[in-house]
Ligand binder design. Structure first.
Ligand code: PLP
Length: 408
């Protein structure tokens, strides 16, 4: 007998990030900031090495009336104006499906709610083989099994593996719940082409002839996609989903507004029929009420204010950092290619990931730390957070990393 549920896993979280962040910090204190490469931090940092907090967002937040900050949200699904602006901002006119928006604590809330409410204990959720760690933890906390699809076939999305994985799961259960983290996949930086999305949807439509299909599209980093508005055009492909399928788009203000700590995001539920949307909305609303009750009112109000009154400043400010991110990643990828440091196909986003087997990865990760280079281990790779590394620190880094790899 234990104090917690009998069937919950009681092992501590395997922490692959914060313990390394701490080591990097200690090393910086010991030998000086300039002698350490800290590629662990997954938030956007400026060239001076501090966290980016967009002025347009935080001056809006600070200008709100205290009563707005103090108040509960208008409903368990969020404020109407917030839901309206989220839908318009995210979809940008690219969807004609029935929809509902449910405000959530970050993208985490949207992903967790979907995984928790769409599958029964013992069922299987389909995840990418290399992925944000929280997906697996969410599956574990809900007593779900996990099946993964390989992400790449050479430099492209591995549709074959995706199909095989779905087909295996379809033999065991009557429903598919699939996570696709796109665009700007964490941690590889891959984004599916519109043809790849069309192929995915065409296949899922086939699956939906016999099985219910829930596609969870985690778009956490979308507002840093290099194509910006063009990167949202793939949503129009969802207009072709069948009537036995739902799409849930998980949106995060953490990245879009650089407001990680305000804990605000949304689940955008979309389907061909109002019935499907309402079924999901009703259950999600109850899940919200039973867990976090309602969402940070100030964060929702600031998002609305930014979209309605400060869009130009917000766009200008964000685009400046999108351009910086592009410069950083281009520099790292170019130098990596020049020295033959193998990485997964990177298109855009916060991270570049070096590809290797897990045995090499473990030895390499240690060797990098001995050389004062701090990175994060991911399945089959080493994640380099270009989002928080200055251009100065990136210059020459790939060569150093390749030299260390050659000693393993
Ligand atoms: N999805 C991915 C792939 C992420 O990397 C993150 C955060 O790191 C999230 C979702 C959720 O972030 P938040 O809950 O802060 O919005």
């Amino acid at each position: 007998m234990s104090f917690v549920k009998e069937n919950v896993n009681r092992q501590p979280i395997v922490d692959t990030v914060f313990s390394i962040v701490k080591k990097a910090k200690e090393d910086k204190e010991k030998i000086g900031e300039e002698n350490v490469v800290d590629a662990t931090i997954g938030s956007l940092y400026n060239e001076q090495g501090s966290l980016v907090a967009l002025d347009s967002v935080f001056s809006s937040l600070k200008s709100l009336d205290n009563k707005v900050l103090a108040a509960y949200a208008a409903s368990f699904t969020g404020n109407d104006d917030f839901k309206d602006r989220v839908y318009k901002w995210v979809l940008n006119g690219n969807s004609h499906l029935h929809h509902e928006v449910i405000a959530t604590p970050g993208g985490t809330g949207a992903v967790a709610m979907t995984i928790q409410e769409c599958l029964d204990v013992g069922q299987t959720v389909i995840l990418p083989e290399i992925a944000w760690g929280s997906y697996n933890l969410m599956a574990q906390m809900n007593n779900l099994s996990v099946k993964t699809y390989a992400l790449f076939e050479e430099d492209h999305f591995n549709l074959t593996s995706f199909k095989e994985t779905c087909e295996q799961v379809m033999k065991e259960q009557d429903k598919l719940v699939i996570v696709i983290n796109d665009p700007c996949h964490n941690p590889t930086g891959y984004s599916l082409s519109s043809q790849e999305w069309k192929d995915v949807i065409a296949f899922l439509n086939e699956c939906s002839k016999t099985h219910k299909v829930v596609l969870l599209n985690d778009i956490a980093y979308i507002d840093f996609a290099y194509g910006q508005k063009l990167a949202k055009e793939y949503f129009s492909v969802f207009d072709d989903i069948s009537e036995n399928m739902a799409v849930i788009v998980a949106f995060s203000l953490s990245k879009s507004m650089t407001s990680y700590g305000l804990r605000c995001g949304a689940a955008i539920v979309m389907a061909q029929t109002e019935d499907i949307v309402q079924e999901l909305k009703i259950v999600f609303e109850k899940d919200a009420r039973a867990t976090w009750s309602n969402i940070n009112n100030g964060a929702m109000a600031a998002f609305v204010d930014v979209i309605d009154h400060h869009l130009k400043e917000y766009d200008q400010e964000r685009l400046q950092y999108v351009a910086l991110l592009k410069k950083r990643s281009e520099l790292f990828v170019k130098e990596a290619n020049e020295v033959g440091l193998k990485h997964y196909p990177y298109k855009e986003g916060f991270f570049v990931t070096l590809s290797m087997d897990n045995t090499t990865r473990d030895a390499y990760h240690e060797a990098l730390m001995k050389n004062h280079i701090y990175t994060v281990k991911v399945n089959k790779g080493i994640r380099v957070a270009v989002c928080s590394l200055s251009l100065d620190k990136i210059k020459g880094l790939a060569k150093k990393m390749k030299d260390i790899l050659d000693t393993i």
